[in-house]
Design a protein around this ligand. Structure first.
Ligand code: INI
Length: 157
């Protein structure tokens, strides 16, 4: 007897992917987008199978993610944005609602939604996570999306 282990890999990941980008804090978010695109391309995803949808900020990301999920065109969706703490409670609303919103779409529609929305305390932390010393969270989100696509294909086979 052996244990059945179902785990995503990065081989069976050909498919369609959508990336939703909140434009706010664009200097950070564009680097997250580059990281996500680079990761998808390097895993063999064709350019014509990637849609990039831009919205004003992280708060609007869940609606676009939901509309894309309803269309059922893509195998996975990658949500990108950067919420940077300021001097007001606005940060809490935007970061909390955007994370909850993308999670709800994933659960309601059964489509993987990778959360690459940074929620950080400072611009420095945002820069560190968008391609410098803490890696690139856009690339990491794309990897999660690829892994989930592969895992679900095995689980549902
Ligand atoms: N949107 C972000 O993506 N990041 C932020 O840091 C941010 N802050 O701090 O205000 C932000 N606000 C805009 C928000 O996402 C909406 O676009 C806006 O509230 C209009 O609905």
């Amino acid at each position: 007897m052996s244990v059945t282990v179902i785990e995503g890999d990065f081989v069976n990941v050909d498919g369609k992917y959508a990336i939703v980008v909140g434009r706010f804090n664009a200097f950070v978010v564009e680097s997250l987008l580059e990281g996500a695109l680079d990761t998808l391309r390097r895993h063999g995803v064709e350019e014509e199978n990637i849609r990039v949808v831009r919205v004003p900020g992280a708060f609007e990301v869940p609606l676009a993610v939901q509309k894309i999920a309803e269309q059922k065109r893509e195998d996975a969706i990658i949500a990108l944005g950067a919420v940077i703490r300021g001097g007001t409670p606005h940060f809490e609303y935007v970061s909390g609602e955007s994370s909850k919103g993308v999670l709800n779409v994933m659960m309601d529609h059964g489509v993987p939604v990778a959360n690459g929305i940074l929620t950080v305390n400072s611009i420095e932390q945002a820069v560190e996570r968008s391609g410098t010393k803490m890696g690139n969270k856009g690339a990491e989100a794309a990897l999660s999306a690829l892994e989930m696509v592969s895992m679900l294909r095995q689980l549902e086979a």
